[in-house]
Design a protein around this ligand. Structure first.
Ligand SMILES: Cc1ncc(COP(=O)(O)O)c(C=O)c1O
Length: 244
């Protein structure tokens, strides 16, 4: 029998949104637990334990640190017995962050809400601008009216987050666009104060077999953006110039 349902929401890189409350209800009715990778949403925008999940994991490398200078992870649960088991394993395995990494994370988390609020505002404006660009075939952002999961996102998230992806004609167009960006850095990470762009098919999702990647909807013309806290007019101008 299934013991654990593992999900992420919004998903990487297509920004689909999973109804955590509904999945938790079905999973629990069959005796399975639910773990949510909340890395894209952050605890400021979405709190899966309040929506019925049993565990939440974060790559703290991303929004929690927020400055592209620390690597780490965190797992949360509201079940005392599971917490006891996790602490035992952490101690036994030695998966313990250094004092300096903890210091960076604690310093970063003080501005989490400020950063994510600005990143979400920037992302909404930028996604809207991309939608009317003739070189863009499709924009994936949960805050857009046409997004298939917008209603679920509005219900379970405070804002729609700082990640956006969009499709251009083909791989050559995507690579030319990435090469012409001046403010966005070409990099795989995400969630920091500076804006990043990447090509999932050749970078973050290169280890997926091509047929599986296509089936998942990760095409050769897809570009993923992690929106930072810069002036959004500069970010939009940078993208429009790169796409022109
Ligand atoms: C949604 C999501 N979860 C987990 C990870 C893993 O994070 P890390 O590289 O910090 O282990 C990443 C990125 O690498 C991610 O994008």
């Amino acid at each position: 029998a299934t013991r654990l349902v593992w999900l992420e929401s919004p998903t990487n890189p297509l920004l689909r949104v999973v109804d955590i409350d509904a999945v938790s209800e079905v999973a629990h009715s069959r005796g399975a637990m639910v773990c949510v990778d909340n890395t894209f949403a952050t605890p400021f925008l979405q709190q899966p334990l309040h929506l019925g999940a049993d565990f939440v994991v974060h790559s703290t490398t991303k929004y929690i640190g927020g400055h592209s200078d620390v690597v780490g992870g965190a797992i949360m649960t509201n079940n005392d017995e599971l917490e006891r088991q996790l602490r035992f394993h952490q101690n036994a395995i030695g998966a313990v962050p250094s004092p300096f990494d903890c210091w960076l994370l604690l310093r970063g988390i003080k501005t989490l809400a400020l950063r994510v609020e600005r990143q979400s505002q920037n992302a909404m404006e930028l996604a809207t601008a991309l939608q009317s660009n003739p070189a863009v075939k499709r924009v994936h952002y949960p805050g857009l009216d046409g997004h298939p999961n917008r209603a679920v996102a509005a219900r379970q998230m405070r804002m729609f987050g700082g990640m956006v992806s969009f499709e251009v004609a083909d791989e050559a167009t995507a690579l030319r666009t990435l090469g012409r960006l001046k403010i966005f850095a070409l990099a795989e990470s995400l969630g920091a104060v500076e804006s990043l762009a990447e090509h999932p098919a050749l970078m973050t999702h290169a280890s997926m077999p091509p047929a599986e990647r296509k089936r998942a909807g990760v095409g050769d013309g897809l570009i993923r953006l992690s929106i930072g806290v810069e002036d959004v007019a500069d970010l939009i101008a940078d993208l429009e110039n790169a796409l022109s």
